[in-house]
Ligand binder design. Structure first.
Ligand code: ZN
Length: 133
């Protein structure tokens, strides 16, 4: 199953079927150029996403170098799933008067979100592999 088809399958599982989500596997040079143009830290992650919750549209970019593209897709798809929580946390941070405190809180929120995304994406992959044994 190719990544776009797998994405569709998992969208249904996560009740994200009304979202327009595209998955693009990119060559090393194009992926690096994308990271630089978007201001993302280059060379740290094998996949990225761009999420527009208002339009229910998202793009997932996976590097051809990603050792396990299915895992990368699962991870980025769960980011879309938890995006409302991310947006809510960002709005809450806007209410914090101290930038230093806000920055510290933002770091903790990002770390917490990554842990949740990691756990849920692992559970998805585990359930998926158990289903086909
Ligand atoms: Zn992540």
């Amino acid at each position: 199953m190719n990544l776009q088809a797998l994405c569709k399958r998992w969208q249904k599982l996560f009740r994200l079927q009304d979202w327009d989500i595209t998955v693009e596997v990119m060559g090393v040079v194009a992926y690096h150029k994308l990271e630089v143009s978007r201001g993302w830290e280059a060379g740290v992650s094998n996949a990225h996403n761009v999420i527009n919750s208002d339009r229910k549209k998202a793009e997932i970019f996976v590097s051809i170098d990603a050792p396990d593209k299915k895992t990368s897709l699962a991870h980025e798809l769960v980011h879309i799933l938890v995006n409302p929580l991310h947006l809510s946390a960002k709005s809450t941070l806007d209410c914090v008067p101290s930038k230093d405190v806000s920055d510290i809180m933002a770091t903790h929120i990002e770390e917490g979100l990554e842990l949740v995304v990691y756990a849920v994406s692992r559970a998805l992959l585990s359930a998926e592999s158990a289903e086909y044994k």
